[in-house]
Design a protein around this ligand. Structure first.
Ligand code: MRU
Length: 364
């Protein structure tokens, strides 16, 4: 997608120097700062500090991290050390484990001197696949958008889409998952309007989704997270679409904290609630998501403080609670499958159920 009209990907490979470049998401939307990753430590730090975030991009960054590690030392021990270091960066997004295992599988049969090159190729392949996959997810979800548009009392009115967190191109390599169909709808001339929930505490909706949509010219309105139920109840939302960090084999969905509340409101008011995911986000080893998906616990400071730009244009963080207030900060929640109208994958939309997912797995 584009930044200031120029095409970019959220992670770009420099073939000559064998490094990767990322957009540092911690300073968006106020600054577009590119950062070079060239060591295992750089890749791990970028994930931990959330310079990169979003399940698919975490996976792609970790794949480059494996290459950086193997370029230094391609022994089995070093490979396992790198895997463990990268795997420990963030606990919820399963694409991380998926990408690490994929690189290891791709390089394991090579002699150590050839492993780094094989890892580089695999990291590139993961990135290219991500772009194709997300484009396909967008195509399939666009069909759902079109049928909802046709059912509107006034089909010439914009389709009102609500999303949460950031599942756009900056959370992936390109296109995004939940935002991919929005870009494709807009590019096809369909009238869409997006309700962007700010996504406290990290504000991925306000700082990333609103930024992406603005760069692409897609009409949108920023809301506080607590406004979602009210808008759904008033009939101002035609559908909700979000991404996911992990989906279990029975279709339970872990996504950014606040997703579950939107799903509850959508169910109550018969508004479709879609989850856009690549198959790499499905954890086939897990069934009960509420019980088993590890939920990242984040710093209390993200709750008690809010960062932003001050009147002088300098980055600042302000305290919004009495000093020392105890705070809890769950990074994700789990929406049980029964609240999900469909999972939209690169292979089409499927019911969020063990049977439908097993069928899809057998088919692809
Ligand atoms: O904590 P984050 O910002 O990494 O959480 C990201 C999300 O919850 C996204 O919505 C999810 O990964 C889908 S990304 C296409």
């Amino acid at each position: 997608m584009k930044i200031h009209g120029q095409p970019h990907r959220a992670i770009e490979a420099d073939h000559e120097r064998r490094i990767a470049r990322i957009v540092d998401q911690t300073v968006l939307p106020h600054e577009v700062a590119w950062r070079e990753l060239e060591t295992l430590e750089d890749a791990a730090e970028a994930i931990v500090a959330m310079r990169v975030r979003g399940a698919p991009l975490i996976g792609a960054t970790a794949a480059f991290g494996m290459f950086f590690a193997l370029r230094e030392d391609a022994s089995d021990a070093a490979m396992q050390h790198a895997r463990a270091a990268l795997h420990a960066t963030r606990p919820t997004a399963v694409n991380l484990r998926w990408a690490l295992d994929r690189v290891i599988l791709a390089v394991a049969s090579f002699a150590p001197e050839n492993r780094a090159e094989a890892a580089w190729s695999e990291a590139l392949a993961i990135c290219e696949e991500d772009v194709r996959t997300n484009h396909a997810i967008g195509r399939h979800a666009l069909e759902l958008f079109r049928s909802l548009q046709a059912k509107k009392a006034d089909p010439s009115a914009p389709l009102n889409i609500m999303t949460h967190c950031n599942a756009g191109w900056i959370a992936c390599v390109d296109w995004g998952t939940a935002i991919s169909p929005i870009y494709q709808a807009h590019d096809a001339g369909m009238k869409v309007h997006v309700w962007v929930s700010e996504t406290r505490p990290r504000g991925q909706g306000a700082s990333l989704t609103a930024w992406e949509l603005r760069e692409h010219g897609v009409p949108h309105t920023l809301i506080v997270d607590n406004n979602a139920g009210h808008l759904i109840q008033r009939g101002l939302v035609d559908l909700v679409i979000v991404g996911a960090d992990r989906v279990t084999a029975q279709g339970d969905v872990a996504n950014k904290i606040g997703t579950y509340l939107k799903a509850l409101a959508a169910k109550e008011h018969d508004v479709p609630f879609y989850v856009a995911i690549p198959l790499s986000t499905i954890d086939w080893t897990m069934t009960d998501g509420v019980r088993d998906i590890p939920i990242e616990q984040r710093s209390a400071r993200e709750v008690t403080h809010i960062p932003g730009l001050n009147a002088q244009g300098h980055r600042e963080e302000v305290l919004i609670a009495p000093a020392g207030t105890p705070a809890r900060n769950d990074g994700f929640d789990v929406t049980p499958a029964r609240f999900v109208s469909a999972l939209v994958t690169e292979h089409g939309a499927v019911e969020a159920s063990a049977k439908a997912l097993a069928g899809l797995r057998a088919r692809v």
